[in-house]
Write a new protein. Structure first.
Length: 353
């Protein structure tokens, strides 16, 4: 295990912002992870697990602990007649997510085609219960393998044991910081039909018949690119952490308050299991109604010219500038709608600022 010191973190994030890690390890095996965990525990040093850096804002002061970059690789396909029309992929946590999605659609396996174009690594998908365009990984995940920092050993979780909810799992709620994901198993449907729940996708295929999985994945990437949510070299709008705010879940009283504030019914969609009496409101719509438009600028930080939910580094922005913009947006939304927007990215090192 090779430990680096004062490793720059900004180049390892999609925002391109933040200071260095005091210590840094590239973990290419579960054994590396165990050794790094032992090293930090013995020295009383905080540990942070870094995947693709796509949902992360690093403080300008950096992180005064050890950053463990997950570099485990490999995709194994289970060959079992009992799987019937399903195929199970065992995917190492360090694999690129979009590349795995492309592998699945090329194999004509349905279940994650609407999640194409999302930056990051496989290990981050169960943590956030990554979702987009009518799909969430929770519907495809069969098992998650992780290293338990408390018991210092490997453990497997079934999908039910992961306690998935909208953008939540046990890994970022009740057990935040306890587990390091090393592998995720996805059960996909061979020759299955594509998911077309999302309005933009339905519109794209209205006149073209039943689309294949590759077609859906390609359209999703095009939609993401049009919104600045696809990593494209040279596109300033790509220097973001994706959606910076979660779509808020509100009850009938909350909807009524928004309706009164704007003088009309807000757009909404189902809040999902466990929130039967609530709805989700589009955070982007709330932000725009609070007075912020695409392309809004605050110093070197700004709102994407393609999508209101993405805060971007316009060149040389600091973490403090991104946070200042986020706080300004949240305050405006709270003042007009009495809704507290929650930030989606992981905030690293801010406790040391």
């Amino acid at each position: 295990m090779r430990i680096e010191e004062n490793k720059p973190l900004a180049p390892l994030t999609t925002l391109g912002i933040g200071g260095p890690a005091r210590w840094f390890v590239e973990a290419r095996s579960e054994e590396n992870i165990a050794k790094a965990a032992t090293w930090t525990r013995e020295k009383g040093i905080p540990l942070f697990v870094l995947g693709g850096g796509s949902n992360l804002l690093v403080a300008d002061a950096g992180f005064r602990g050890l950053v463990l970059h997950i570099g485990l690789k490999g995709v194994f396909v289970q060959e079992d007649a009992a799987l019937s029309n399903d195929r199970v992929y065992e995917v190492a946590a360090g694999e690129d997510w979009d590349q795995f999605v492309q592998r699945a659609v090329e194999d004509d396996c349905a279940g994650i085609e609407c999640l194409a174009g999302i930056p990051g690594t496989v290990g981050g998908t169960p943590v956030q219960n990554v979702g987009a365009y009518g799909q969430e990984v929770s519907t495809a995940i069969e098992r998650v393998r992780a290293f338990d920092l408390q018991k210092h050993g490997l453990v497997d979780f079934t999908s039910a044991e992961c306690a998935f909810a909208y953008r939540h799992s046990r890994f970022n709620t009740t057990d935040r910081g306890r587990y390091i994901v090393t592998r995720v198993d996805y059960r996909l449907k061979m020759h299955g039909a594509a998911t077309l729940k999302y309005a933009d996708l339905q519109k794209a295929f209205t006149a073209s018949g039943i689309p294949g999985l590759r077609d859906v994945a390609e359209i999703v990437r095009r939609i993401r690119q049009s919104k600045g949510m696809l990593l494209v070299e040279g596109d300033q709008d790509c220097h973001s952490a994706g959606s910076f705010f979660k779509n808020p879940i509100v009850n009938a009283k909350g909807v009524a308050a928004v309706t009164a504030a704007v003088g009309g019914e807000p757009p909404r969609f189902p809040a999902g299991p466990g929130h039967e009496n609530c709805v989700k409101l589009p955070a982007a719509w709330l932000i725009e109604k609070a007075g912020f438009t695409k392309g809004y600028v605050l110093g070197r930080a700004g709102i994407s010219s393609k999508h209101t939910l993405a805060l971007v580094n316009r060149g040389g922005a600091t973490a403090a500038e991104i946070v200042a913009l986020a706080d300004k947006i949240r305050a405006a939304v709270a003042q007009r709608f009495e809704i507290q927007l929650q930030m989606e990215p992981v905030m690293l090192g801010f406790e040391n600022s």
